[in-house]
Design a protein around this ligand. Structure first.
Ligand code: NAD
Length: 496
């Protein structure tokens, strides 16, 4: 099996590296591809190609850059099902869920199509007599993106289309666990008419990422992945004077008030907890039942227990396998720790296996109650189909619990009370809040605004914040004389 190529300067380049990483079908453990670990020389070639492409691209008129995104959006829609199938085969997602992965990426490309208005600066006429000040946004240069396995289409699409629409060139280092989808995204980008060198794809893992972080020609780094890697990338990139935005792990709580609509709560919690096998950074992994709502926990567990894991093309499957055997072993260990540390396991998916696919990374839906904050299943991000149920007496206690958690990606509250929702929205230290909406992922005209240990940086992904992340602001103060040219020097710093 030949390793998948790198994409350097618009060409598919076979890597000279002898080091490869196998890509497996998570449903049966079969090796479906090999990813090369790009050599330092190949990394330098990719960065040099991006640098050269930037010098041309920065001068391409903004509407022309937007039109590239329009053609790309049309191609992505045309290939929507093909991309979703690729995701299903390398990441294990059910077909409908994989289609969502592609679609939420297309929505960001749609934002990139509007880049001319997003890049507009500001103007004030007559800041002093006859003097005007205006600002404009200009691209940074070569930007890089390092992406995780769990959204192989959406997350690369959070990054390179906007960066490139803003006038930058890009180096993408996709997850080594499912690189085939990002490769197809890059091929389609070329087909849409992207000039050579604008988007380069390099493969590998920690060593290749460190090469990016230490290379003087990279101006900005976008990362999505786990907390320790995010912290390392943020520290190293900023130490090397680069811009960085690092989206990291999560532990998302949903608070259920006793006045909430029970059916809505239970149905919403099923999908948001074990959907995608819990491998979503916005999955609900902790349900906090307030007061009498804790009587619903057993019914919720029944509903979650009925969800069947299965193959990507099985229409009755609620979710697929975990990405790797390593991920499965980690989740099984955490489930075991929950039992040993005193939580009550209402539904136990640790023995689940799909007949005929025993080598796949299957874990069934799992629900714990009586979970306490010092247990490992509460403290750690499980990233599996496991829901922890916690009971408290009041909304104030629920807020204290959520705010005491080090993560701050997303949260939701289910209630019929506007006052309770308003209090929660105001007091909660989490960056994305759903009110009767379980997974509040904002559409791309807003930004994806995780807080605390779920995000290191200041400017977030997509929306206006991403345009600011991928551009510099230049502020110009100008005076044009008619006939009253002042005589003599002005020795103050005032404009007049
Ligand atoms: P990961 O951190 O293992 O890998 C992410 C990327 O970092 C990959 O491209 C990988 O090759 C690279 N990498 C791995 N080890 C590295 C190292 N030591 N040095 C430099 N680079 C390294 O994450 P993952 O398992 O692919 O993804 C799952 C994680 O991503 C979860 O924690 C999840 O919560 C998080 N995530 C967060 C968001 C968000 O928006 N906050 C979105 C999706 C996923």
């Amino acid at each position: 099996m030949k390793p998948i190529p790198l994409i350097i300067n618009g060409q598919m380049v076979p890597s000279q590296s002898e080091q490869t990483i196998p890509v497996t079908n998570p449903a049966n453990g079969e090796v479906i591809a090999q990813v090369p670990c790009a050599t330092d020389d190949e990394m330098n070639q990719a960065i040099a190609a991006a640098k050269a492409a930037f010098e041309e691209w920065r001068n391409v008129p903004v509407p022309q850059r937007a039109r590239l995104m329009m053609r790309y959006q049309a191609l992505l829609k045309e290939h929507h099902d093909e991309l979703a199938e690729l995701i299903s085969k390398e990441a294990g997602k059910t077909f409908d869920d994989a289609k969502g992965d592609v679609w939420r990426g297309i929505e960001v490309v749609e934002q990139a199509m509007n880049v001319p208005s997003s890049m507009m600066g500001e103007t004030v006429e007559n800041v002093a007599r006859g003097i005007d000040t205006y600002s404009m946004t200009q691209p940074l240069g070569v930007c890089a993106g390092i992406t995780p396995f769990n959204f192989p289409a959406m997350i690369p699409l959070w990054m390179f289309p906007l960066a490139i629409a803003c006038g930058n060139s890009f180096i993408l280092k996709p997850s080594e666990q499912d690189p085939l989808t990002p490769m197809r995204l890059a091929e389609l980008f070329k087909e849409a008419g992207a000039p050579d060198g604008l988007l380069n794809v390099v493969h590998g893992s920690a060593h290749q990422v460190d090469h990016i972080l230490n290379h003087e020609d990279i101006q900005a780094v976008s990362f999505v992945g786990s907390v320790p890697v995010g912290q390392h990338i943020y520290k190293t990139a900023t130490d090397n004077m680069k811009r960085a935005q690092c989206f990291a792990g999560a532990k998302n709580h949903s608070v259920i008030m006793p006045d909430a609509n029970k059916d809505q709560v239970l149905n919403n919690l099923v999908g948001s907890s074990v959907g995608a096998a819990g491998q979503r950074c916005m999955a609900i992994s902790v349900a906090v039942f307030v007061g009498e709502s804790q009587e619903w926990i057993d019914e919720l567990a029944d509903k979650i227990g009925q969800v069947k894991p299965g193959l990507w093309d099985d229409k009755d499957a609620g979710f697929g396998p975990l990405i790797s055997d390593k991920a499965k072993q980690r989740v099984l260990k955490l489930i075991q720790s929950g039992k040993e540390q005193g939580a009550t396991c209402l539904v136990d998916g640790s023995e689940f296996s799909l007949p005929g696919y025993e080598k796949g990374n299957w874990v069934g839906p799992t629900v714990f109650k009586d979970v306490k904050t010092d247990m490992d299943i509460y403290r750690e991000e499980i990233f599996g189909p496991v829901l922890c149920c916690v009971a408290v007496d009041t909304l104030e206690e629920a807020i204290e619990l959520v705010n005491g958690n080090p993560y701050g990606n997303g949260t939701s509250i289910f209630t019929a009370s506007g006052a309770a929702a308003r209090k929660y929205q105001h007091e909660i230290d989490v960056g994305q809040v759903g009110i009767n909406v379980p997974i509040p992922v904002p559409l791309p005209f807003f930004s994806f605004t995780g807080w605390k240990n779920s995000f290191f940086g200041d400017l977030h992904a997509y929306g206006k914040q991403a345009v600011r992340f991928y551009t510099e602001t230049k502020t110009i103060t100008s005076r044009w004389f008619e006939d009253d040219i002042p005589s003599g020097p002005n020795m103050t710093i005032s404009l007049h």
